[in-house]
Design a protein around this ligand. Structure first.
Ligand code: IVH
Length: 710
């Protein structure tokens, strides 16, 4: 995929950049997968991104970002459903990709439990269903609610929809007073094909695979649509319980079965790594014939008292692991190479293939990732290639098996969608379109960012409305939002809009005609200009006109001095001033220069600014609370709030949050299962606080009026 430099070879600067890129890329794919049910990359590639992120974080713990993907499970919620906070979090699973990973898992479990070699460790192996997980809560035998996993701690309320599934009993006899059954909502393969045929015949959307079909069918706001979809449910786990179900996983499954749930199969109780692997291979040979899609085998420690002791690490239980299946392969001819522009502006070359079946699925396109990948593979149109598909949507090209004799492939120098120049940063492999807001491929995504919570935060103008208004040309660029009131009558009476909701929306828009400069800058969605940098810029330049004038000068100076490695002072005074601002480096400066250097952006900016009152940002007042100016480190699992929230809160109180403990650290806040950082704090004599002590301190500081302005 993108940057492929060895993690061990990264400098700190490169690592920081790489983590930023990974956070953005993973968040993007999370949204595609969880919110839109339309993933763009394979699970294997996605896992590779996460693994790379984790490896870099392990090497540079001080660079762990507030928004690091390692600190969250899944994605934030798609709107439209009520939210349900899980009494017990819904975890995900760690992955094993080969036999060694499986052996290591068993060794880890044995070591953790302190088992001698002669003691038996029974493992239940069961297929990993490729669907989406859900939690069903029963109280006194009645289904009270059903929720999706969501981000692991909070899911969507899909009670009405889940009640329509035949596999979901509405009442239970003989169940514990409180029982949360967890499992997978899925669609059988034959049902999926039939559904797609019906959809196609009706001119409706078809789905890429059974998983997407299941997700799309479950997330219908109208349960009567869900009822018509052939959804099923397997129970394989549980959450909150008033009394234990059984002493072992295998017996707990039987208990679920006797209560009326369907169970995934085939399972096996294994006692050695050889038995575990034999079952994996057995399931692998049956995979194609199984009526549902699976993407691996899950191994679970059978004894539930041991599961309890093993507990969890960050997002996943220590007592279970998912052993993924290797990809399936086939050979075919590349008929044409085309380039797609993603919503972040990234140009992705795609191989259009002579259709071929890979593991039972017809494949006609495969991703080529980027220009470097094309060069590495040496692929051209007309070549015969080997492709692979890993239980996912977009297959990959592995290698050329026969040269077709055609001319070398030339990567486009302009965006195939809007014709703007393409650029790519030093050390990066992805070309991006510079069209920004004028590029149709990116505009919608940019607009969503523009109205998002940390930007213009316009209530009532969500992802769906943006897409709708875009399609109907009501909103094509940010300034159009502030002209929406001209279309008041056209809005009223549209599906889902009433006089009242339109009035509310227009009022919400009016309320944002006045906006602080930092939010405004952030809302523009300029690459590398996140919230922090936007705040720095706003504070440094003080006002919109000063900022705009300076940025225009920066763009001019950079145009005259395009040399990438030239020292900032030699590029010009405006450029030097910009890079002189704390943590604003040349990457951010160049990005601003590129933005202001493009006439279409300047136009968008001018028409927007003319409609708004952009307010100046005051310099921060030096806090005098117990927290302001202090360096704090969080370690271990926090119970009361997420790591991200805790960090955000500390920063709001003027603290600097660091990822590693040193003599300069003022406090280390120690959560559950804290490891080496807590130890290091004690060694260095740094003050440690429990989560509660920290919260007391934070509450006191927030109350003393010294909150740093944001
Ligand atoms: S056990 C505490 N068993 O895989 C662990 N999960 O990659 C609970 N999944 O979120 C999960 N089949 O949606 C378990 N037989 C199975 C599964 C399974 C599919 C899903 C589940 C989970 C995801 C993690």
């Amino acid at each position: 995929m993108s940057s492929s430099k060895d993690v061990d070879a990264l400098s700190e600067v490169e690592a920081r950049k790489e983590l930023a890129r990974l956070a953005m890329e993973i968040a993007y794919h999370d949204a595609r997968y969880h919110k839109e049910d339309a993933p763009e990359i394979s699970d294997a590639d996605y896992d590779a991104l996460r693994r790379r992120n984790e490896a870099i974080e392990a090497r540079f713990p001080n660079l762990v970002r507030k928004d690091s993907p390692s600190l969250k499970v899944g994605a934030a919620l798609k709107s439209g459903f009520g939210k349900i906070r899980h009494v017990k979090p819904m975890l995900s699973l760690g992955n094993a990709f080969n036999d060694e990973d499986v052996a290591e898992f068993l060794t880890r479990v044995r070591r953790f439990l302190g088992l001698s070699d002669s003691e038996e460790l029974a493992i239940l192996a069961e297929p990993k269903i490729d669907g989406l997980s859900a939690s069903l809560r029963y109280e006194n035998g009645e289904l009270v609610y059903a929720a999706t996993r969501g981000d692991g701690s909070e899911g969507e309320d899909v009670t009405a929809n889940m009640r329509t599934l035949e596999d979901v009993p509405v009442t239970l006899t003989g169940a514990p007073a409180v029982l949360e059954v967890r499992g997978e909502v899925y669609m059988r393969k034959d049902d999926f094909f039939a559904l797609n045929e019906r959809q196609a015949a009706a001119g409706a959307k078809t789905f890429a695979n059974p998983r997407n079909a299941a997700a799309g069918s479950l997330r219908q706001l109208d349960p009567s649509i869900t009822k018509q979809r052939p959804l099923r449910f397997f129970g394989y786990a549980w959450g909150d319980l008033s009394e234990p179900l059984a002493p072992t996983q295998a017996e707990a499954r039987e208990r679920l079965r006797s209560l009326g749930f369907s169970l995934n199969h085939p399972t096996a109780l294994c006692r050695t790594v050889e038995e575990v692997l034999a079952h994996y291979r057995m399931i692998g040979t049956q995979r194609a014939e199984l009526p549902f899609d699976i993407d691996g085998v899950v191994y679970k420690v059978d004894r539930l008292d041991w599961q309890e002791r093993l507990g969890q690490v960050s997002r996943a239980p220590r007592w279970a692991i998912a052993h993924k299946f290797a990809a399936e392969k086939a050979e075919t001819v590349i008929e044409e190479i085309t380039v797609q522009v993603g919503r972040t502006g990234a140009l992705t070359p795609v191989a259009n293939l002579k259709p071929v079946t890979v593991g039972g699925v017809v494949v006609s396109r495969a991703t080529l990732h980027n220009q470097d990948e094309i060069e590495r593979l040496g692929v051209k149109e007309g070549d015969t290639v080997r492709i692979q598909r890993a239980g996912d949507v977009i297959p990959q090209v592995l290698e050329v098996v026969k040269d077709g004799g055609g001319p070398p492939y030339r990567f486009p120098a302009a965006c195939p969608v809007c014709g703007s120049d393409v650029e790519r940063d030093d050390g990066e492999v992805v070309w991006r379109c510079t069209g920004g807001l004028i590029c149709e491929a990116q505009a919608v995504e940019r607009l969503k960012h523009f109205v998002s919570r940390d930007a213009f935060d316009i209530e009532g103008l969500g992802t769906k409305s943006i897409e709708e208004f875009w399609t109907e040309s009501l909103i094509r660029q940010p300034a159009d939002i502030f002209r929406l009131s001209d279309h008041r009558d056209a809005l009223i009476g549209r599906e889902g809009w009433k006089e009242k909701s339109v009035t509310n929306l227009l009022n919400a828009i009016e309320a944002r005609r006045e906006i602080p400069l930092d939010r405004f800058i952030y809302a523009l969605g300029i690459r590398h200009i996140g919230q922090t940098t936007a705040k720095l810029l706003a504070r440094s330049y003080g006002g919109f006109e000063a900022w705009r004038t300076a940025m225009t000068a920066v763009a001019e100076e950079r145009k005259g001095n395009p040399d990438e490695h030239k020292k900032p002072e030699l590029i010009g005074p405006a450029y030097a001033e910009l890079t002189g601002i704390d943590t604003v480096g040349m990457t951010a400066a160049d990005s601003l220069a590129a933005f202001f250097g493009a006439a279409h952006n300047v136009d968008v900016l001018s028409s927007l600014a003319a409609m708004l009152t952009i307010t100046d940002v005051e310099a921060p007042v030096a806090g005098d609370s117990a927290i302001a100016g202090k360096t704090v480190v969080f370690t271990g699992t926090l119970e009361k709030m997420s790591r991200g929230e805790a960090k955000a809160r500390a920063e709001a109180l003027g603290a600097k949050v660091s990822g590693s403990v040193s003599k300069k650290t003022d406090f280390v806040i120690v959560g559950a299962d804290a490891g080496s950082k807590a130890k290091k704090a004690t060694e260095l004599g740094v003050k440690t606080l429990s989560e509660d002590e920290w919260l007391d301190l934070a509450n006191a500081s927030a109350g003393d009026g010294s909150e740093a302005s944001n």
